[in-house]
Design a protein. Structure first.
Length: 116
């Protein structure tokens, strides 16, 4: 399973970014996989940002509720994260993760930097 995340960059506080993650080389249907976005700030542990189940149910970290929206487009095997009202504390490397059969598959991260 390969996951390719993109969309990171440098923005100012209050601005928006949209991250995308394309899944490929999977023997399973994308729509049967749970998907999530995680982030890891410098010197900190990786943390869950948002998750979407195969059925479309979503959950968010308290720190991003109301600002971030996770979505999936099954036909394109794509996961997205719309990030609005970004804050300096959102600065991190963002990773997408696929879940299937009790296994987790990670992509390389994309760096998001929010300046104050």
């Amino acid at each position: 399973v390969q996951l390719q995340a993109s969309g990171g960059g440098l923005v100012q506080a209050g601005e928006s970014l949209r991250l995308s993650c394309v899944v490929s080389s999977t023997p399973w249907n994308f729509n049967t996989m749970g998907m999530g976005w995680y982030r890891q700030a410098s010197g900190k542990q990786r943390e869950l940002v948002a998750r979407i189940s195969s059925g479309g149910g979503t959950s968010y970290a308290d720190s991003v509720k109301g600002r971030f929206t996770i979505a999936r487009e099954n036909a394109k095997k794509t996961l997205s994260l719309q990030m609005n009202s970004l804050k300096p504390e959102d600065t991190a490397v963002y990773y997408c993760k696929a879940e299937y059969g009790g296994m987790n598959y990670w992509g390389k991260g994309t760096l998001v930097t929010v300046s104050s």
